[in-house]
Ligand binder design. Structure first.
Ligand code: NAD
Length: 352
């Protein structure tokens, strides 16, 4: 019996997490779920979107299945998702983007894996607000040390990229490639402009790549990479990126394989792993039982693999693939009219 923390999240989170939980249980795996709440809906009750008991439960169980959580834009509380990844040092975000037969998409056969650094970059949360005294001090410091004058009405976000964090995420990508018989790892950066931050990332990428002579490696500048991916996705395999580019390219790659409804993910640390879809809380669909549960169910497949339950993971992934291929009981984004729960039920019925 496994013990797993279950975080329904907010927005469409509870609907897709419920669907995923039922599909996971239908494989026969024995899980004792410990449900804890996080997100916008519990702010009034707890005064925080991320109560300590959420962190405590994940630390204890070392594994969690998590629904999306809303982050206010521009104002309000900091991202629960970013806080969780930083507090638990879940440094690797693994996001497979695989095309399944039956999905209407621009390309068939796309099979990419995005490996995103999860702990630093502009997501470090080091920000200086416009007009604050400390922002003025920083602007003065930058002027005296570099002779560059930042406009006084600026807000500033800091982008740290370290050798240590770059090395462990790049090593994670190469190890993943080796274990999963992947041929190539592409390191993505903008080191032509950010020579001291992305510069470290690309330098470490080539150092680590030398230790994996059987895996092809190349680096690409992020803007070129975007164009390459939309034109020739079949040329790429495993992609490793700093945090911000990883966030953006994850959604791009999800778009290549049929949309966010199909893109699963995992946040992985040395000892703890939190499984969640790439998509967010899609607030306009909240409570409508309408969105695609596949991304969350496939996150459950990644969780089963992480637990060593390969056969159950395989059966669940095959059941998802069969329902998508049949195309009869699929949600709106796949051209169908099924609800979230109807699609999950069909997947459970199709489990062999
Ligand atoms: P989103 O991913 O929630 O939704 C964007 C659009 O993608 C939706 O309007 C919908 O058209 C489509 N979509 C998303 N999930 C789908 C699904 N399962 N099936 C079918 N279609 C789906 O992105 P957003 O609207 O930019 O963000 C909403 C909120 O979610 C924000 O507050 C954001 O911060 C948060 N967010 C949370 C996470 C997380 O919890 N890990 C990740 C991304 C965004």
């Amino acid at each position: 019996m496994y013990k797993v923390t279950l975080i329904p999240g907010d927005g469409v989170g509870p609907e897709v997490v419920d669907a995923a939980r039922k599909c996971i249980e239908a494989t026969g795996v024995k899980i004792n779920w410990e449900k804890v709440d996080a997100g916008a809906d519990i702010m009034d009750k707890y005064g925080t979107p991320l109560p300590d008991k959420v962190i405590d439960s994940i630390k204890k169980n070392r594994i969690a299945l998590k629904g999306p959580v809303t982050t206010p834009v521009g104002i309000g509380f900091r991202s629960v998702n970013v806080a969780l990844r930083q507090k638990l040092d879940l440094y690797a975000c693994l996001r497979p983007c695989k095309w399944y037969p039956g999905v209407r998409s621009r390309y068939e056969g796309v099979d990419l894996v995005v490996v995103r650094e999860n702990t630093e970059d502009v997501y470090s949360g080091i920000e200086f607000e416009e007009g604050k005294p400390e922002t003025g001090e920083l602007i003065n410091f930058i002027y005296t040390s570099t002779n560059v004058k930042i406009s006084d009405d600026s807000g500033i976000s800091i982008k740290p990229i370290s050798r240590r964090a770059s090395e462990r995420i790049i090593r994670f990508a190469f190890d993943y490639a080796r274990k999963n018989n992947r041929k190539k790892v592409t390191g993505i950066h903008k080191a032509n402009i950010m020579k001291y931050s992305d510069g470290i990332f690309v330098k470490v990428f080539h150092e680590v790549a030398r230790e994996y002579p059987n895996i092809q490696s190349e680096d690409k500048i992020v803007d070129n990479m975007c164009m390459q991916l939309v034109q020739k996705p079949a040329l790429y395999d495993v992609l490793v990126l700093p945090n911000l580019y990883g966030d953006i390219i994850s959604d791009l790659c999800a778009g290549l394989v049929g949309g966010l409804g199909l893109a699963p993910g995992a946040n992985i640390g040395e000892e703890i792993a939190v499984f969640e879809a790439t998509h967010g809380s899609a607030p306009k669909y909240k409570g409508k039982n309408k969105v695609n549960p596949t991304a969350m169910i496939l996150s459950g497949v990644l969780m089963l693999r992480h637990l060593g339950e390969e056969e159950k993971a395989e059966r669940l992934e095959n059941a998802v693939a069969r329902i998508i291929a049949k195309g009869e009981t699929v949600t709106y984004d796949l051209g169908g009219t099924a609800t979230t729960s109807q699609m999950a039920k069909a997947i459970i019925k199709s489990l062999k």
